[in-house]
Write a protein that binds this ligand. Structure first.
Ligand SMILES: Nc1nc2c(ncn2[C@@H]2O[C@H](COP(=O)(O)OP(=O)(O)O)[C@@H](O)[C@H]2O)c(=O)[nH]1
Ligand SMILES: [Mg+2]
Length: 370
């Protein structure tokens, strides 16, 4: 699954695509090496305690965490960031920390009382999130399946904890006492080692998911510009003056093609091979009907010419509407567009792995159906 050449080629295509659209889209904030893991959650759930367990011994001051604290470990080579507890005034700080991280550890207690805004932020973030249940001496909850970008849900013991012990003597006496068991984060350790072996894949997918979102938002904004009136007027006029028949058809095809190219330039959106069929159908329909309208003779000619002109305007307007929708969607569809690259990656991954499920969720593919 881990094929360096494959990921290298994805990286190259992704870079080329980004270069082409950067003048309009602006740079995407992508984390720099080393691999970065951000710890976040509601206040007081044990985020800083988790970081102390990971980086041991860590002289982190006790008490609340007013700003993000980052620390790099050599083994494993990870930059860990502890964030302040989620609250409305900390939102910008937490967003900055999220933008710089590859993976999130979302710490929760039992029952999970994470604010809905935090849950929504993590979902929209799209990067892999591990939900870490801090048991605080409580029982291990029934296992929950991974969902979307929540790639795993696992439990940890961040401090030594009391466990009741039952002893039964040969004479039938039963005695209960308590033993103290040590903190235990092995489940999380196992997982982060897995994450590290897939860091190139995670980086690439994160970047592509970010690009897809950014491009869709931008295309949507471009699509809100009104239909341009000039091509509508020009086509109407040309067809009104045209003698009809083949000349009208050629004029119609010509103006439609020029409109299409100008529209693509004006909106800074590419004409791609995928999905061009719909636009081509609209173009053929509009020209064929123009040719049909131009068949009148004698006294009908004037009316026919006018009809042709009006029809030319209508078809130009219609074509612009169809073409705009197509162009808007097309940006992410190109051979090196983020959607195509994500599809390639998805097809290559092993079904059933968290990586496969996560990429599928980014592409809105329901993993249960595939
Ligand atoms: N007994 C016990 N206390 C814990 C545990 N995890 C965190 N705490 C305590 O909960 C409080 C808040 O923890 P902290 O890590 O500062 O939470 P943060 O706000 O999420 O960073 C601290 O007093 C911790 O000592 C645990 O597993 N057991
Ligand atoms: Mg803290």
């Amino acid at each position: 699954m881990e094929d360096a050449a494959f990921w290298q080629s994805i990286q190259v295509q992704c870079h080329a695509h980004a270069q082409r659209y950067q003048p309009w889209l602006g740079d995407l904030v992508a984390p720099e090496p080393p691999f970065a893991i951000v710890i976040l959650g509601a206040p007081g759930v044990g985020k800083s305690t988790l970081l102390r367990q990971i980086v041991h011994p860590l002289p982190l001051p006790a008490g609340s965490t007013p700003w993000p604290v980052s620390i790099f470990t050599q083994e494993p080579p990870v930059l860990w960031t502890d964030t302040p507890g989620w609250s409305s005034d900390q939102v910008p700080t937490i967003h900055t920390a999220l933008a710089q991280a590859d993976v999130g550890f979302w710490v929760v207690n039992q029952p999970d009382s994470s604010p809905p805004e935090l849950v929504a932020t993590l979902k929209n973030w799209g990067r892999p999130v591990v939900k870490v249940v801090n048991l605080r001496g409580g029982e291990t909850p029934p296992s929950t399946p991974a969902q979307g970008n929540i790639i795993a849900v696992l439990s940890v013991r961040l401090m030594p904890y009391n466990q009741p012990r039952r002893q039964e003597w040969p004479d039938g006496r039963v005695e209960w006492d308590t033993v103290i068991l040590p903190a235990d984060i092995t489940a999380l350790q196992t997982l982060w080692h897995q994450l590290l072996t897939h860091q190139q894949a995670i980086r690439n997918v994160n970047q592509l998911l970010g690009m897809a979102v950014q491009e869709r938002q931008w295309a949507e904004k471009q699509g809100q510009t009104p239909v341009f009136p000039a091509p509508v007027l020009v086509k109407s006029l040309l067809l009104t003056l045209s003698p009809g028949g083949l000349v009208s058809v050629l004029l119609s095809v010509g103006t439609d093609l020029v409109t299409l190219i100008c529209l693509s330039r004006r909106l800074h959106l590419p004409i791609t091979r995928q999905g061009i069929g719909r636009v081509a159908t609209a173009l053929v329909l509009s020209s064929a009907t123009v040719g049909f309208l131009g068949l009148g003779e004698g006294a009908e000619m004037g009316m026919m010419a006018l009809g042709q002109g009006v029809w030319g305007g209508i078809t130009s307007y219609g074509l612009q509407r169809i073409a705009r929708t197509y162009l808007q969607q097309g940006i992410t569809w190109q051979a090196d567009g983020p959607d195509q690259l994500l599809q390639h990656i998805y097809a290559r991954l092993t079904p059933g792995s968290w990586l496969h499920a996560w990429v599928g969720s980014g592409l809105n593919i329901d993993s249960k159906q595939s």
